[in-house]
Design a binder for this molecule. Sequence first.
Ligand SMILES: Nc1ncnc2c1ncn2[C@@H]1O[C@H](COP(=O)(O)OP(=O)(O)OP(=O)(O)O)[C@@H](O)[C@H]1O
Ligand SMILES: [Mg+2]
Length: 460
Amino acid sequence: MQEHNILVVDDEKNILKVVSLTLRDSGYSVDIAQSAEEALEKFRLRAYNLIVTDLKLPGKSGAELLTEVKSLQPDFPVIMITAFGTIENAVEAMKRGAFNYLTKPVNPDELLTVVREALEKFELKRENQALKSELRQKYTFSNIIGKSTAMQEVFDTIRMVSKTQSNVLIIGESGTGKELAARAVHYDSDRAGGPFVTVDCATIPSGLMESELFGHEKGSFTGAHEKKTGLVEHADTGTLFFDEIGDLDPNLQKKLLRFLQEREILRVGGSSRIKINVRIVAATNRDLEQEVLAKRFREDLYYRLNVVTIRMPPLRERNDDILLLAHHFLERMNAVEGKLIKGFEDNVMDLLLSYGWPGNVRELENVVERAYVLCPNIAITKKYLPPKLLGPAGDERETFDEMNLLETEKRLIIKALNNTSWNQSKAAEVLGITRKQLRTKMVNLGLLPDAESIKKPVES
Ligand SMILES: Nc1ncnc2c1ncn2[C@@H]1O[C@H](COP(=O)(O)OP(=O)(O)OP(=O)(O)O)[C@@H](O)[C@H]1O
Ligand SMILES: [Mg+2]
């Protein structure tokens, strides 16, 4: 977890002390200021994540502090502390953008809960905004999104190859964006005005493939009632994309090779050759070199196709892209469906990052779309993720949050105290902490009144 800096503002020393001790004890880094003026000076010098301020201060009030902070950073979270009887003022402050308010005497549990909420909301907002602006900036290339080094290299290769006439082979696991890359090669080239035609080698039956590819003359075979223009001819002046090239049948591999050498086609049953000007892009999720070794794929064709290789990295090798892509898909859903979901809760982002994504970007796309449809909240919560993302420890994770840690700590301390007849020194020894630490914890957990606040009752 990253360190959080909190600025606590109060002119009453005992409140400053209780609040800052409670926060420090929970691992926050705390600065203090005794007036709004001092707070503003510190605020300008150091990056804080949160301000906790008394409403009533000697010079400028806490409300004025709030207004000035908001004018510098509109989203910055500020928590107000207010004396009983001045709650109207606190409500007024809420209307002006305070995150929440606490009443005196400050209850440590309540303080920690509100602080945690404020930090989480703010973090979520900031992270989501940062991702959104990144998306708009440099991380999109021809509908492909990626800021990882691996994807930036893919973009560079596409930019380079698109300026040439070379054939391109795109390899990568299923769902890594091979088709997107093929389109990018086309739309980034000077062929962009020409057609982009896909030949789906996995689904066109091999018996029909030749006439699908090269066309046929009327009456050239039974059922050829009309003359037909093939896909290769359709792609003239543009790009011809052979998807799943590893599935192309050996006979057609030979015919394709011939076309690549001669750049001419002969329709089935035809007699005149037609010159065709296309760039070939092929994609496969098979290991083509392995296929060549196993004699299932022609070596000569492999070398013809593989002038430039673009390898689409699996998603698990580019963690930097996961959240960016997730946000992209969320934004797209927002635009299409009209519902507004602003982002993902922190723990959802953690889960997205730790999952292995065997189905790559396509799987992430499905996960986000499903969560979008099911989730009624402003941010996607864990509940709407498929179980596979939660992992084996999914349920334990939930019960072991900080709230429960505090509860557990309280129970252990009470038990130690009971076993030692509330002798603090002995209890501290049992717990393995100093007596001073024990007392601080007892104050924070409400087991012991703060000594100072008893001597000097809180006024406001
Ligand atoms: N980098 C990316 N940015 C945005 N969308 C992406 C990206 N990569 C993949 N997608 C999306 O994921 C889905 C799968 O991409 P695509 O069809 O290009 O993958 P593929 O590698 O061709 O998969 P397959 O091998 O299964 O055919 C598509 O909806 C595509 O728009
Ligand atoms: Mg594909």
